[in-house]
Design a binder for this molecule. Sequence first.
Ligand SMILES: C[S@@+](CC[C@H](N)C(=O)[O-])C[C@H]1O[C@@H](n2cnc3c(N)ncnc32)[C@H](O)[C@@H]1O
Length: 211
Amino acid sequence: MGPTTDAGEPESARSRLRDGIDFFGNFLRNPGSIGAVVPSSRYLARALVGRLELQPGELVVEYGPGTGPVTSAIRASLPPGARYLGIELDTRFHDLLTSRYPDLDFHLGSAADIVAVLAQRELPRPLRIISGLPFASLPPAVQDGVADGIVHCLHGTAGDFRTFQYVHAYGLRAARRFRDLMSERFASFERIGPVVRNVPPAFVLRYWGAR
Ligand SMILES: C[S@@+](CC[C@H](N)C(=O)[O-])C[C@H]1O[C@@H](n2cnc3c(N)ncnc32)[C@H](O)[C@@H]1O
């Protein structure tokens, strides 16, 4: 692993290239659960994270941090005293994240198990859930489990759920299915973008307010 900046971002073009190669290798091993060929750009990461507006003790959870481009943006915006938990299914990515961001907490497992993971770690319900999960390629049962977990965490709070979907895959049945699941459960929805400085371009989606 290459050296990192204070914000935990890979410092050099060489580190970013190595992340890209690792990411592509993982995509070839598990195309469905990785769901992208390269990590997100810093532009998409910033659009996704925006302002966190957390108080001390409040929690932000990241689903599917991968090699960490969104993690870096969250870390740079994390107010003092706020907490972070990343949930990553892939062992290689989990190993990379724990050594790249030693000050952050990462769980190896599925985002669909958020309720049990929070209980196990004695963490409060998060106020922000920021997801890099590839919903367009996740099976319906996983989508349902993830959606139920998001509802459990966010209903009755002032929190929100943020994710992105690639423009070229936006109309796919699985991508639409996930948006339908979320629209049935959340009263408010916002779509930002597309963010074109990303390969491929992507929309940022935000859901909040219980239905
Ligand atoms: C499209 S990549 C996004 C990676 C990173 N957030 C980015 O934007 O570059 C999807 C990530 O979700 C992870 N993932 C897939 N299914 C998951 C699940 N059920 N729970 C947690 N992580 C999962 C993959 O291992 C991968 O790291």
